[in-house]
Ligand binder design. Structure first.
Ligand code: SAM
Ligand code: DTB
Ligand code: SF4
Length: 348
């Protein structure tokens, strides 16, 4: 079974029931699901590049790149191919295996800019890395061209529940988002789709978001969980930081609902204590963004992340390095157990 297959249809009630469990019961169950499906010691490192920054026509209330608000972000036109590939090479040398290119566009427009992005994708793939793009809305034909260029994954988040969405973004609809996700999947590109916590949503909105993500068909291969980074000038600048236990809760539920997806700790990690991040890894997170910047906001230093992974006995794999056949834990028999041996008994 691959991560692309939807394993089961989840009812909203079942997702709510999972979400509302006592936190440590939930984390324990998520850890079991994680160990049954993935090497629990491996964490994928991804690096982001903002290839076109600012002046975005969309009005996403959290985003410092929206042209609707005055934020400290300095706008930058679409980068040339070579500096983007230099950044990708540097990311690969620092241990990243996935390079994600983000553009502050409402949608992709056919023409020279798109051709340049296709060249970036080819270049990143030639470095042996996974290439991911997040460029706004896409047609089916544009998705097909990205696929031909070698694109591994396309990031397009649902961000929150369908009901809460219009309180955050008015320039596009939830259905627009779903249409692009469908176009990406039809082109055979992996879907990277997640959300943000801390927008002012209720727990019920988080449950609905997780429910929608889990029932996408195919399920997302990658689920970024962002914690709002409040940025000066945006309407959400004064929002309180998300409670870290709530953040862990969402990660654990994502892991249970989407057992084989990469659950990525995305924006907001700089303000989240190392101990809470450790709990997130236990609950099934298995990827982080590394590098001192996300798109426009700060991220932990690479040395901090390396030390954190070392302290927790986690590792990342470099480009070309094969998956470890064992998870490295001592088995009760005295040998080294295989990841399969971690498989939890079937869950009721
Ligand atoms: N323009 C494209 C789009 O919206 O799909 C791609 C770039 S956009 C910056 C990618 C994602 O970053 C958003 O969907 C949102 O989840 C996240 N994001 C943006 N600003 C954020 C912030 N201040 N804090 C946390 N996450 C943020
Ligand atoms: C995602 O969900 N998070 C990443 C990636 N996908 C593109 C972006 C986070 C951006 C945080 C705000 C900023 O740095 O501008
Ligand atoms: Fe534009 Fe994406 Fe920012 Fe929304 S999140 S304003 S679409 S860059």
């Amino acid at each position: 079974m691959t991560a692309m297959q939807t394993t089961q249809t989840w009812s909203l009630e079942a997702v709510a029931e999972l979400y509302e469990q006592p936190l440590l019961d939930l984390v324990f169950r998520a850890a079991q699901v994680h160990r049954a499906n993935n090497d629990p010691r491996e964490v994928q490192l991804c690096t982001l590049a903002s290839i076109k920054t600012g002046k975005c026509p969309e009005d996403c209330a959290y985003c410092p790149q929206s042209a609707h608000f005055e934020s400290p972000v300095e706008a930058q036109k679409l980068m040339q191919v070579e500096p983007v590939l230099e950044a990708a090479r540097a990311a690969r040398d620092s241990g990243a295996t996935r390079f994600c290119m983000g553009a502050a566009w409402r949608e992709v427009t056919d023409g020279r800019a798109f051709e340049r992005v296709l060249d970036m994708v080819k270049g990143v793939r030639d470095l042996g890395m996974e290439a991911c793009c997040t460029l706004g809305m896409l047609t089916e034909d544009q998705a097909r061209r990205l696929k031909e260029a070698g694109l591994t994954a396309y990031n397009h988040n649902l961000d929150t529940s369908e009901e809460f969405y219009p309180a955050i973004i008015t320039t596009r609809t939830y259905q627009d988002r779903l249409n692009t996700i469908r176009n990406v999947a039809r082109a055979g590109i992996s879907v990277c789709c997640g959300g943000i916590l801390g927008l002012g949503e209720e727990q019920a909105d988080r449950i609905k978001l997780l429910h929608t993500l889990a029932n996408l068909s195919p399920q997302p291969e990658s689920v970024p969980i962002n914690a709002l980074v409040p940025v000066e000038g945006t309407p959400l600048a004064e929002n309180a930081r998300v409670d870290t236990f709530d953040w862990v809760r969402a990660i654990a539920v994502a892991r249970i609902l989407m057992p084989q997806a990469k659950v990525r700790l995305s924006a907001g990690r700089l303000e989240i204590p190392a101990e809470a991040q450790a709990l997130a890894f236990l609950a099934g997170a298995n990827s982080i963004f590394t590098g001192e910047k996300l798109l426009t906001t700060a991220n932990p230093e690479l040395d901090f992340d390396r030390q954190l992974l070392d302290q927790l006995g986690l590792y990342s794999r470099r480009v070309g390095e094969p998956a470890k056949e064992t998870c490295g834990h001592a088995a009760p028999s005295g040998g080294i157990c295989t990841a399969e041996a971690h498989a939890a008994p079937a869950l009721a």
